[in-house]
Ligand binder design. Structure first.
Ligand code: ZN
Length: 253
């Protein structure tokens, strides 16, 4: 798949692929789009400045931005919520923002996002050219934020597109959620898992403050009949998903 493309997972479910350049490291991230002829819901919105790429990937799926009814944020990290204000501005009417109660204060700007600190990025910041460093320091000082209009706790089934269940999967952040789309048997894992060449891996340890809890959270995935697993970093996995998830959950204490 070429960067900037999209991948159809099932009718009305598309995995988008957006190129990310994070302090000189290039990779791809994968928001998910649910849609029908009248409604659309976007799961995670990319970095600040990504909105045009997200919007064109949506357009290629035939979904104009003003069809969006809601955005679901899997968690507070900058690569997931960065474009939120652009999305809200592009909508033709107020749209709902869904997130977990534990991450709500960070997303709303009442608390500094847990991984967005000068300290944490000090070694990288020191290597950046002056203008890039200033830009990043400005991002740390003024992180993107938005009001969470619908707070979730896990266990809810959102009655859209045949049913989307919210799974509370803390560890990577305190309020991380994953989603299960019932008709297509798809787990949208956010950063609860990452993938590499079809192999499912646990969350990135360096970006997961509570790794034991994150691994414990993965045990919940074995309750679901899973055909597709969408990792925000690494993309879609289809091969032996249940087996791979069970092996990962087995790493928890
Ligand atoms: Zn991420």
């Amino acid at each position: 798949m070429r960067l900037g493309q999209r991948m159809k997972i099932a009718d009305g479910v598309e995995m988008l692929e957006i190129e990310m350049d994070f302090m000189g490291n290039r990779s791809a991230i994968h928001p998910t789009l649910f849609y029908d002829d009248e409604h659309a819901v976007l799961v995670d919105v990319g970095m600040p400045g990504h909105w045009e790429d997200v919007r064109s990937a949506m357009a290629r799926a035939g979904v104009p931005a003003d069809r969006l009814d809601a955005v679901i944020l899997t968690h507070q990290d900058i690569d997931h919520i960065g474009g939120i204000q652009d999305v809200l501005n592009a909508a033709s009417r107020p749209i709902d923002v869904y997130a977990h109660a534990e991450d709500q204060p960070y997303i709303e700007g009442h608390r500094q996002p847990i991984k967005l600190s000068e300290e944490r990025f000090a070694p990288v910041l020191a290597q950046l050219p002056e203008d890039a460093r200033r830009k990043f320091l400005d991002l740390i000082a003024h992180p993107p934020s938005a009001k969470v209009t619908k707070v979730v706790h896990g266990g809810e089934v959102l009655p859209w597109f045949g049913g989307i269940e919210v799974i509370f999967t803390p560890g990577h952040t305190p309020g991380h959620i994953s989603l299960y789309h019932i008709p297509s048997r798809t787990i949208i894992a956010g950063d609860a898992t990452v993938s590499q060449g079809g192999k499912v891996l646990g969350p990135m340890p360096q970006a997961t403050p509570d790794l034991p809890r994150a691994l414990e959270s993965l045990k919940q995935f074995s309750r679901y009949d899973v055909e597709n697993l969408v990792c925000y970093h690494g993309g879609l996995c289809k091969e032996r998903i249940r087996e791979q998830l069970e092996a990962l959950a087995g790493q928890a204490g």
